[in-house]
Design a protein around this ligand. Structure first.
Ligand code: DGT
Ligand code: MG
Length: 596
């Protein structure tokens, strides 16, 4: 996988995203340094107690004469320990606060990014993958802010502070202990190189597993229809297994390195005994110092042991951040032009294609070639052609879901690429081929494009769409909640709600992609009649398969393999005796042709 370049490094990116909380974060870091400094108090006081009251020639006398000092030292030890516990608590809360806020902010930002992306993005990324980035991957980033960064600072602070303290007490002893550090660094560095790609793979497997789950849940009806439950369960089991295996392998990498680190850490007490013992015998070190060394040995050994774990977590963060930042810094390619024309007035609804060719970015074949036609304001244009000939692709160029590879698409004589996307799209009412309704009331679904629409207008557009009758018969009428994707409604009912939704915005241009394919002839006639009697001016571009839908159109386009092969009115095309005439013959029998 090619590594993407981002404008900011991962840590700079986190810094950007904790704006407003930076002071808290810095204070938290200072807190971490401080409570690690406080680690020194207990061994420091122990050293004093041992040297003054427990060892030495006149320790007993000293103790009798200075009891007060002895208890003050003990009380100070307890006091500092409690203080440290308090600071650790506040510090952890501060990290948690910053990380949760950052998580919240990044998640909202990412959602907005995803929401504003163009069609190309949605072709490229799968839902399950995006969901993983919004959840699991983001959590790895939160964990990095709340724990990994703190642990890194803690380890280095502890190691540094204790090393300085060791050197201040006894240089020879300190040197012998700190000499172990470079060995550990070498081991951990080698580990990092091995584990980094494992984490990238792990994030990938995680996304794949979630995608499998998501596709199965949303496509469960197909699974049921084909009775493929066992197959899907097995397939998911495989994904789950892959993920678990990769997880295990990633963990096992550290297992290979761990014995070396552990050996180094375990050697430290041996070094202390050996070198410290010799120094004690030579009187180059006091017993108190020895106790301090011994009591603080963990502060050198623990960071060594923890480093692998921290690095592992940091690599997990790094792999997750790559995935999240990819979306964070992604930009849709279809955006408002810098010199976009402001068009606050209602569009008249003229649509023109001028020598338009089109091809999807991810495919090598042209879908549309040299398409030219004009729809005058208020006209009805019908587009017909066999499946896969490019009808849906063609209409998607009008609201600029995609850009033509050649030629121009114009609305009201202005190139759509020069119009403000929002103004253009809110002027186009579109009922797409596969209807998607939200889990909301029918009323809410119809009012989706215009939340301020009045009740009467919802009723009116529903009547236009011949939907009022069946909606009124439902137990809760317009307040009936439809399930996810419109579950609970028939195909034809969903199509009519989708048509009502498109009409509710009173569009200048209405685009219907096979919208009446699932409704009966009688209802379709009714819809056609009301579409010709709309109480607002509207150009209609209608994709249909039935002659009954298209024959009253002002202009019919026949699309074959991405090219317009015939165009004209119903009668003109019948006279021409081509594809359309054949279609009429096929659908209505010969009499219709004769009586035209
Ligand atoms: P229909 O709805 O079955 O009657 O067919 P049309 O005429 O609406 O066909 P259309 O425009 O959906 O597809 C035309 C060709 O483009 C067909 O070969 C499939 C291909 N195609 C459609 N959508 C995409 C897409 O998102 N990406 C790529 N690479 N190809 C697509
Ligand atoms: Mg289509």
């Amino acid at each position: 996988m090619q590594k993407k370049k981002f404008p900011r490094t991962k840590l700079q990116w986190i810094w950007d995203n904790i704006a407003g909380l930076r002071v808290v974060f810095i204070l938290a870091i200072v807190g971490t340094l401080f409570y690690n400094l406080l680690q020194l108090t207990v061994p420091f006081f122990s050293q004093m107690i041992v040297d003054r009251f427990l060892t030495g020639d006149n320790a007993a006398v000293h103790f009798q004469e200075n009891k007060g000092e002895f208890f003050t030292l003990i009380a100070a030890m307890i006091g500092f320990t409690l203080l440290r516990a308090l600071i650790v608590y506040i510090d952890c809360m501060a990290y948690e606060h910053v990380s949760q806020r950052a998580l919240f902010r990044i998640r909202n930002y990412l959602f907005e990014k995803i929401e504003r992306q163009d069609m190309h993005f949605y072709n490229e990324y799968r839902t399950g993958d995006l969901m993983t980035r919004l959840t699991g991957d983001l959590d790895a980033i939160r964990h990095n802010i709340a724990w990994v960064i703190r642990m890194i600072i803690e380890c280095f602070a502890l190691f540094t502070v204790v090393s300085i303290y060791f050197f201040s007490m006894n240089v020879k002893m300190a040197l012998c202990i700190v000499a172990m550090a470079p060995v550990i660094f070498l081991i951990v560095f080698t580990f990092r190189k091995k584990v980094a790609p494992m984490h990238a793979l792990l994030r990938e497997k995680h996304a794949q597993m979630n995608t499998a789950a998501q596709e199965n849940i949303s496509g469960n009806r197909v699974v049921k229809a084909f009775s493929r439950e066992d197959y899907e369960i097995e397939k998911f089991d495989q994904s789950n297994h892959d993920y678990a295996e990769t997880n295990k392998k990633t963990r096992l990498v550290w297992v290979k390195f761990f014995p070396f680190v552990e050996t180094c850490a375990n050697l430290l007490p041996v070094i202390l005994l050996w070198v410290g013992g010799t120094l004690l015998m030579k009187d180059e070190m006091t017993m108190g110092e020895y106790v301090a060394f011994s009591g603080l040995m963990w502060a050198i050994a623990n960071p060594m042991r923890l480093l692998g774990n921290i690095l592992n977590e940091f690599q997990r963060f790094s792999a997750a951040a790559d995935k999240v930042m990819e979306i964070y810094y992604s930009e849709p390619s279809i955006v408002d032009a810098p010199d976009a024309i402001d068009h606050p007035d209602r569009f008249k609804g003229k649509v023109e294609f001028r020598h338009v060719s089109f091809q999807y970015e991810d495919s090598g074949l042209p879908v549309l070639e040299d398409i030219s036609f004009t729809a005058a304001p208020g006209e009805t244009i019908a587009i017909m052609g066999e499946t896969g000939c490019g009808k849906t692709s063609l209409i998607q160029l009008i609201p600029r879901f995609y850009e033509p590879t050649k030629g121009q698409v114009l609305v009201d004589d202005m190139d759509v690429s020069k119009l403000k996307l929002q103004q253009l799209r809110t002027s186009i009412g579109m009922a797409t081929q596969d209807v998607l309704l939200y889990s909301d009331t029918i009323d809410g679904n119809i009012a989706y494009g215009d939340l301020n629409i009045s009740k009467e207008n919802v009723l009116k557009v529903s009547r236009y769409a011949a939907a009022d009758e069946f909606i009124s018969k439902m137990p809760d009428g317009y307040n009936t909640i439809v399930g996810e994707r419109g579950v609970g409604l028939s195909g034809g009912q969903k199509q009519r709600i989708s048509l009502a939704r498109a009409l509710a915005i009173r569009p200048s241009i209405l685009i219907l992609d096979d919208t009446t394919s699932a409704v009966d002839m009688e209802t379709e006639k009714q819809i056609q009649k009301s579409l010709s009697e709309l109480d607002f001016p509207c150009t209609k571009i209608i994709i249909a398969q039935r002659i009954s839908t298209t024959k009253t159109a002002d202009h019919i386009l026949i699309l074959q393999h991405g090219k317009i092969t015939e165009q004209g009115t119903h009668n003109e095309l019948i006279r021409k005796g081509g594809y359309y005439a054949d279609l009429v013959a096929l659908q209505t029998g010969k009499e219709e042709m004769v009586h035209g």
